[in-house]
Design a protein around this ligand. Structure first.
Ligand SMILES: [Zn+2]
Ligand SMILES: [Zn+2]
Length: 312
């Protein structure tokens, strides 16, 4: 199952970024979120690029006339059709390959994440569950009207994944508008950090437990949810070591999207922490939403080449 977010930059109703690390959020007053079931992963078959993810999947083969699932390729049998289908007795099969899709028009908050998370197989499933855990702590109950999807970060870094906190109610409830403010996101992350830091499963031989992340894990990712991975990601974002408490005053916030080195996913080529006012670009004005979308690596601005952290 793939999640794909269709985001119009004009629907970004609020945005903030951290000056000294790759993290930030954009509140989306409207977005279309699609879940695509593309069938089972297989080693054979055609490679497809869907929502920025290349995969080889079988899709679903169905009769082109009645929609019944085809059981075997290359032959036609009565059992592969509905009772009324005119192709039940055909000598050859006539099939179509399809994906199953569900679309939700709603509201959301896109969380841009540090590039190093791409190197941890457990990071995104674990942080996704941690965000829901933090929401439960802040709301004071199960966040039933909210969920988190992992999507490509099309607005800021198409080569990375982002977390999309979204309303599960069609059209949205307006609740997530609060997350246009960084203190609200900080509270969710700090609450999750506190639960994870003290959860008794840290002394048990298990990745996570029912007291922390497992209630918020996707059923297909229960073996990819790790308290340690989530705690490390949260500590990096919150800027705390294992023995310090997170402080909101540690966050330096700007409304200017960060410049990105075209090879920013390489640990040796990470962006340095330089606000726009001193990076030689000559502008301190917040960028328009459309300009934010143009910060993709393949459209690197000339001033990126002068940045010493990139060095290339
Ligand atoms: Zn048929
Ligand atoms: Zn636990």
């Amino acid at each position: 199952m793939l999640a794909a977010a269709d985001i119009n930059p004009a629907n970004v109703a609020g945005a903030w970024f951290m000056q000294d690390r790759d993290f930030g959020a954009q509140y989306l007053k409207r977005l279309d979120l699609r879940w695509l079931n593309v069938g089972r992963a297989t080693s054979q078959g055609q490679k497809r690029l869907i929502a920025g993810v290349e995969s080889t999947t079988s899709l679903f083969r169905i009769c082109a006339h009645c929609g019944q699932l085809d059981k075997a390729a290359g032959r036609n049998t009565r059992e592969e059709h509905r009772s009324w289908c005119s192709h039940r007795k055909a000598a050859t099969e006539d099939v179509r390959e399809i994906a199953l899709a569900r679309t939700l028009h709603t509201q959301g908050v896109l969380l841009h994440l540090p590039p190093q998370l791409e190197y941890d197989h457990f990071a995104h499933p674990s942080l996704s569950a941690a965000v829901l855990l933090g929401l439960r702590e802040v709301i004071g109950g199960s966040p039933e009207h909210l969920d988190v999807a992992t999507v490509r970060d099309a607005l800021q870094a198409p080569d990375r994944r982002a977390l999309l906190i979204h309303d599960t109610v069609p059209g949205g409830t307006g609740y997530l508008a609060e997350f246009a403010h960084p203190d609200r996101v900080w509270s969710v992350l700090a609450k999750a950090w506190e639960v994870l830091r003290t959860c008794p499963c840290r002394e048990e031989e298990r990745l996570a437990c029912h007291r922390c992340l497992l209630p918020f894990a996707s059923p297909t990712e229960l073996d990819k949810v790790s308290r340690t991975s989530a705690l490390k990601a949260l500590s990096d974002i919150l800027g705390v070591g294992s023995h310090h408490q997170p402080e909101f005053t540690d966050w330096e916030i700007t409304d200017v999207p960060p410049h990105r080195c075209p090879r920013a996913t390489s640990p040796s080529c990470r962006r340095i922490s330089t606000p726009a006012s001193s990076n030689g670009c000559g502008s301190t004005e917040p960028r328009s939403p459309r300009n934010r979308a143009s910060t993709a690596p393949e459209r690197a601005s000339p001033c990126q080449a002068r940045r010493p952290a990139c060095g290339r």
